[in-house]
Write a protein that binds this ligand. Structure first.
Ligand code: M6R
Length: 610
């Protein structure tokens, strides 16, 4: 949520900041801005709109400074208009900040500052913080002390960078609840809200922890807590290449990421699936093996697409390991006063590892004594660091706001987990071998679905102007119906609902008429005949059936208006295949409607606020 970039070093800051903002734009794209010192003053250029629009505004400007900060915003306080864009400045205009997060006590702070005669020019909480830091700087004459004092009085979350015209050799970054990563080059530092803005300059990074700040000059870096206790940074090497964050010839990141899935699915299970032995090796869980053996209940939690993956995981783990599993939205779990026992295992699923609700659920579960694990994509992210143990999904950076490859990689890891837990209990090696061998064949099967993109595009174009879509699935494919509907609404803005197919007759059937496209997930499995009856019910009401069905199924061909075939696989594994056409259906519908697929309205990639 919001992209932050800051630079101090020997290169011209402006092009580097703009480049960084373009890389971070997927985190928020309501407005963008930069602050750069020039001839003894801070120059703030900011506007509502995209980074490209900001760049156009700056095209005639040439600031030689080698220090600066930038921001791309997802609005929380105040509409996305020019005056609410970051950076925000203090009353002197000599201190600027870019900020991600929410200052919860901004109203109280603002009232106090107003009483002292300070005025405000935006509707944001960030401006209040900037003015507060400026007021303390007037008092102390020491920027670091002013920032520390302000942050210790602030309630809420922040990832921020501060720049002052009085200190053209100093950047101060700080974090509480919103990620800040710092790249270390030769006599230079790049501060960002995620590593995508850094990787083309250096791979050597460290992450700030909560309530930690970094004081960066061209000649060195110190870290300390906001209570002034020195800390030591833990250096990491970034594991991905620049090409992973470029479109590589695809028109959109989302499409590129859909097409990466044969590879990313394989990467998720590479070296972990022991097919011959009918077992699984998950190094990240070794330290909690005893707890996993003794666990009597699992609670899977997450938000959005990650929550859908959890629902699939529930079917798989209960089926293969026979352990009761509950799935709960992280946003509900955190406030529900949940009953958790020390032998419960809570598993947080998150692509970004920074989702505020999921992180809060992790903390809540830890407080209540549960063992808390993470299934996370972003290495070094907050959830990865705060859980007791976990498994990375290794999908590489996911830039498209609509999550695609992370979902199938989460499924890969959840199946590994189901096999792992199953083999600790009653699952036979033969059963595990059969599933493991089929997992190895899945990437080729995904590839064969991707080859049907044109067929899916034709169908999407026929219904791209529908007002509503209904998605139905049963058993392990019910969560896929939810995921298909989520993809459709978030990028095409068509209203879509997912339901268990058998629930249709309890209400949603009232919506069906000749204008209603109904996507029915109907692979050949034990519930096939039941879902076929639902298809008949839809046809009887002249609804348009788009079936996701097993290749060679002539029965469904005779009933449905359109069939998108998927290769045959084990019934339990079908969600990994059935979701692929639904991702493409949403993608093509959105493109046909002229929507900005990679930057859908009102959304941002990583939701680091409540
Ligand atoms: O990074 P996370 O997996 O924790 O994110 C959770 C949701 O915000 C995310 O899946 C969201 O629903 C996506 N936009 C779905 O495509």
């Amino acid at each position: 949520m919001c992209g932050i970039v800051g630079y101090i070093g020997h290169r011209r800051a402006l092009p580097l900041l703009l480049n960084g903002l373009k890389r971070l734009e997927y985190r928020g794209y309501d407005s963008a801005g930069i602050a750069i010192p020039h001839e003894g003053k801070l120059h703030i250029v900011k506007r509502a709109g995209t980074v490209a629009q900001l760049e156009a505004l700056l095209s005639l400007t040439d600031f030689p400074a080698t220090i600066g900060i930038g921001h791309t915003r997802w609005a929380t306080h105040g509409e996305p208009i020019d005056r609410n864009a970051h950076p925000h400045v203090d009353s002197s205009g000599r201190i600027a900040i870019v900020h991600n997060g929410i200052i919860e006590n901004y109203a109280t702070l603002k009232a106090k500052l107003q009483q002292d005669g300070y005025t405000f020019h935006s509707d944001t909480d960030t401006e209040v913080l900037a003015v507060f830091i400026g007021a303390l700087y007037e008092q102390y004459g020491n920027l670091e002390l002013a920032v520390r004092t302000a942050l210790s009085e602030v309630q809420g979350t922040f990832g921020l960078v501060v720049l002052s015209a009085d200190h053209p050799d100093l950047l101060i970054a700080a974090r509480r609840g919103s990620p800040i990563v710092i790249g270390i080059g030769e006599n230079e530092y790049i501060v960002a809200s995620d590593a995508t803005a850094i990787v083309e300059y250096t791979r050597s990074v460290f992450y700030l922890t909560d309530d930690e700040m970094a004081i960066l000059t061209r000649s060195g870096c110190r870290t300390k807590t906001i209570d002034d206790v020195p800390t030591s940074a833990q250096l990491l090497e970034l594991e991905f290449d620049l090409e992973r964050i470029e479109k590589g010839g695809f028109p959109h990141f989302m499409l590129k990421e859909i097409y990466e899935q044969p590879q990313t699915f394989r990467d998720a299970h590479r070296g972990r699936l022991l097919v011959q032995e009918g077992n699984v090796k998950l190094g990240g869980l070794r330290s909690v093996e005893k707890q996993l053996r003794q666990a009597r209940r699992l609670i899977l939690t997450g938000c959005g697409t990650s929550w859908h993956a959890a629902l699939v995981g529930e079917y798989w783990i209960e089926e293969l390991a026979r352990i009761p599993v509950e799935v709960e939205y992280a946003s509900e779990l955190r406030y529900r006063n949940p009953v958790l026992y020390p032998d419960d295992i809570v598993i947080a699923i998150s692509q970004s590892g920074e989702t505020a609700d999921t992180l809060a659920a992790v903390r809540e579960a830890k407080l209540r004594g549960a063992t808390v694990l993470g299934i996370v994509n972003v290495v070094g992210s907050s959830i990865a660091r705060e859980t007791h143990a976990g498994v990375y999904i290794h999908a590489g950076p996911e830039i498209g706001v609509a999550s695609t490859k992370a979902f199938t990689s989460q499924l890969a890891v959840l199946m590994l987990l189901a096999l792992y837990l199953g083999r600790m209990r009653h699952l036979s090696a033969t059963q595990a071998q059969e599933i493991a061998a089929e997992m190895l064949r899945i990437p080729e099967k995904i590839r064969s679905i991707l080859e049907r993109s044109e067929l899916i595009r034709d169908i999407a174009c026929q219904y791209a102007h529908a007002q509503h879509f209904l998605y139905l699935g049963r058993g392990v494919n019910f969560p896929v119906a939810l995921e298909g509907a989520l993809k459709m609404k978030e990028i095409s803005y068509i209203h879509a609902e997912g339901y268990p197919a058998a629930e249709m007759k309890h209400g949603p059937i009232a919506l069906i008429d000749e204008n209603m496209p109904v996507v029915v997930i109907v692979p050949r499995d034990e519930l096939y005949e039941k879902v076929l009856s639902n298809v008949e019910e839809i046809r009887a009401r002249r609804g348009k059936v788009i079936a996701i069905a097993t290749e060679g199924d002539t029965e469904i061909e005779a009933l449905a208006n359109h069939v998108i075939p998927i290769p045959e696989t084990l019934p339990l594994l079908t969600p990994i295949l059935t979701v692929i056409p639904l991702q493409l259906l949403a993608y093509h519908a959105a493109v046909e409607r002229g929507c900005n697929v990679d930057m859908p309205r009102n959304l941002a990639k990583s939701v680091t606020v409540e």
